[in-house]
Ligand binder design. Structure first.
Ligand SMILES: Cc1cc2nc3c(=O)[nH]c(=O)nc-3n(C[C@H](O)[C@H](O)[C@H](O)COP(=O)(O)O)c2cc1C
Length: 240
């Protein structure tokens, strides 16, 4: 069966590739993924900062609501595997690009406008064939409307698309007021692809210790349906 496709302007033999995760944060594993037939490699996100002023403000807001809740919503990616600093991450991107023949898709999670632009440019310089914008955000400020949040995201996308020459994709969360509308707007801003969907840390109850704890549950096959549903809706609505 011919599964060849074009993704982010990249001609691929098939669309199967490992997504951004700690799996691709090890060069040996990346080589093994390529040997196993991965059509491309998506690197874990470069996080501009582990904790920025904005996120600290979020944290503070949550803390003022409830201390344990704040702790539970530590949704930042605290996985020990994801601790590469920005400089190391850039160097790692360059090494991966040198090591494999398949396209390398970098991923960026910025926190400041200049950070998004600077690191997007640097990832491109390191040889990334395309760039995913991991707009990982849990909006918890009740004074911020969805419109405002999406306008801010669009501003970043517009600026990044205008800065780099490689294709830019946006990784969406499933929690937009109107995914169809936002997808259309991203398309209009020159986004080359959409990734459906990101996964946030959520909370659970540690009953024995009576604590609310952050948790990252891995997906199971039942979750595919929401993605397929939105894929089928958006496929005919956007050109990306
Ligand atoms: C441990 C872990 C680390 C992840 N790290 C990243 C990351 O660095 N950047 C990113 O955009 N997505 C990251 N993701 C999200 C995945 O790429 C994927 O979008 C998400 O897990 C949803 O897909 P799934 O249902 O197959 O898990 C991570 C997911 C997991 C489980």
């Amino acid at each position: 069966m011919d599964l060849s496709t074009t993704y982010l302007g990249l001609r691929l033999p098939h669309p199967l590739m490992p997504g951004a995760s700690p799996l691709t944060e090890n060069l040996d594993v990346v080589r093994r993924l390529e040997d196993a037939g991965a059509a491309a490699i998506v690197l874990p996100s470069l996080f501009e900062e582990q904790v920025t002023g904005e996120q600290l403000a979020t944290h503070h807001y949550l803390e003022s609501s409830s201390e344990s809740f704040a702790e539970a919503l530590t949704y930042l990616p605290h996985h020990p595997e994801l601790t590469l600093g920005p400089e190391q991450h850039l160097e790692y991107t360059r090494r991966v690009k040198e090591a494999v023949d398949v396209p390398v898709i970098a991923s960026l999670n910025g926190t400041t406008h200049s950070g998004w632009l600077t690191f997007a440019g640097l990832l491109e310089e390191m040889g990334a064939d395309a760039l995913e914008l991991n707009m990982f955000q849990v909006p918890v400020d009740p004074t911020e409307s969805g419109e405002l949040i999406e306008a801010r995201m669009l501003e970043v996308v517009q600026a990044v698309v205008g800065t780099v020459d490689i294709p830019v994709a946006v990784k969406l969360s499933a929690f937009h007021t109107s995914i169809a509308h936002f997808a259309r707007r991203l398309d209009e801003e020159g986004t080359s692809g959409l990734i459906l969907f990101n996964r946030f840390h959520e909370v659970d109850i540690d009953a024995p210790n009576l604590e609310v704890v952050p948790t990252l549950r891995l997906s199971d096959p039942t979750e595919l349906h929401a993605r397929l549903t939105w894929l089928s809706i958006l496929a005919s609505q956007v050109s990306t």
